[in-house]
Design a protein around this ligand. Structure first.
Ligand code: C2E
Ligand code: MG
Ligand code: MG
Ligand code: MG
Length: 289
């Protein structure tokens, strides 16, 4: 009986493994297809100046236009793309698209708005990464100072010297660096000292309960204070309610990002959003480009 059960369990397990493996191969092929045929799209989420309420930048967030599943979240394919290396081509495409869209937004009059693009730890280790960034800037005509690259702190956990050197080269180009999901990586505060960053993004897991949880409140206040003492700007992610925003304003958080202000949206909606909430400099004509 036990032997029988054991064997069934093993068979079930083997079958399950097999299904998972072929599921993954299938998913990888589908993703390759999406990259090759540009079945990806980039959404943009505004980041708000906590004092003026105006959008200062937008974050590029990729989505996959899946034929059956509709818009697939990056949470469901970025990890796979990192494992297979597909993130390199995918990330390059997102960077190019984001730069081109920001040039369009500047042409529409929102010249102070900058573009934030997520960079995977896998991408940043590639020897030609700095060239890829230069190329995206040159091809689009976007000024380097209008581009911000978001890197998680754990990106410097391995190959620390290589990654830090790359970050310095990017800073030398004039590109800005933000540390994403701050406080969640298995990294040490000493990396903060090493990373040539302009900005820290407090992970949304600290913001979620910041009103009722004293530890989250203390950590959030501490990170804001630390960032300012390091002359870094600080963004809170996952600002979902007016209470969150009020707490963060009271504690001098520079920038706010979250559903309380805007969800990630396609470029066409972003233009409308900016017409209402953006800051215009240069020419003053309204546009619906
Ligand atoms: P992230 O860089 O930390 O991006 C913020 C995520 O939080 C986005 O999820 C955004 O939609 C979500 N978010 C924003 N405001 C709120 C809020 O108020 N409440 C809640 N619950 N969530 C909020 P999204 O778009 O699903 O992206 C998830 C992650 O996927 C990103 O986290 C980033 O790590 C990764 N990702 C997205 N696009 C790219 C990309 O082009 N390249 C790379 N390497 N990673 C990307
Ligand atoms: Mg990010
Ligand atoms: Mg984040
Ligand atoms: Mg995140």
């Amino acid at each position: 009986q036990a032997k029988q059960l054991g064997r069934n369990t093993w068979q079930w397990f083997a079958q399950e493994m097999n299904t998972q493996a072929s599921y993954r191969v299938n998913l990888r092929n589908q993703l390759q297809d999406a990259i090759d045929n540009e079945a990806l799209t980039v959404f943009y989420q505004p980041v708000i100046d906590s004092r003026t309420g105006q959008a200062r930048s937008v974050e590029a967030l990729v989505r996959w236009k899946h034929p059956e599943q509709g818009l697939v979240s990056p949470v469901d394919f970025i990890p796979l793309a990192e494992e297979t290396g597909q993130i390199v081509a995918l990330g390059k495409w997102v960077l190019g698209q984001a730069c081109r869209d920001m040039v369009r937004l500047h042409a529409a009059g929102f010249r102070d708005c900058s573009m934030a693009v997520n960079v995977s730890p896998v991408q940043i280790r590639k020897a030609d990464f700095v060239d890829v960034v230069k190329q995206a800037l040159q091809a689009s005509g976007l000024a380097p100072a209008s581009l911000e690259l978001e890197v998680v702190e754990s990106a410097v956990l391995y190959d620390t010297d290589l990654v830090i050197r790359t970050l310095h080269e990017l800073r030398d180009l004039g590109v800005r660096i933000a540390i994403d999901d701050f406080g969640t990586g298995f990294s040490s505060l000493s990396y903060i000292k090493l990373m040539p960053a302009n900005k820290i993004k407090i992970d949304r897991s600290f913001i979620k309960d910041v009103i009722q949880n004293r530890s989250d409140a203390a950590i959030t206040q501490g990170v804001i204070s630390m960032a300012h003492h390091l002359s870094l700007e600080v963004v809170a992610e996952g600002v979902e309610t007016e209470a969150h925003a009020a707490f963060l304003r009271r504690n001098h958080c520079d920038l706010l990002q979250g559903f309380a202000f805007a969800r990630p949206m396609p470029y066409a909606d972003l233009i409308n959003y900016m017409n209402e909430h953006g800051s215009r400099r240069g020419h003053s004509a309204q546009t619906n480009e």
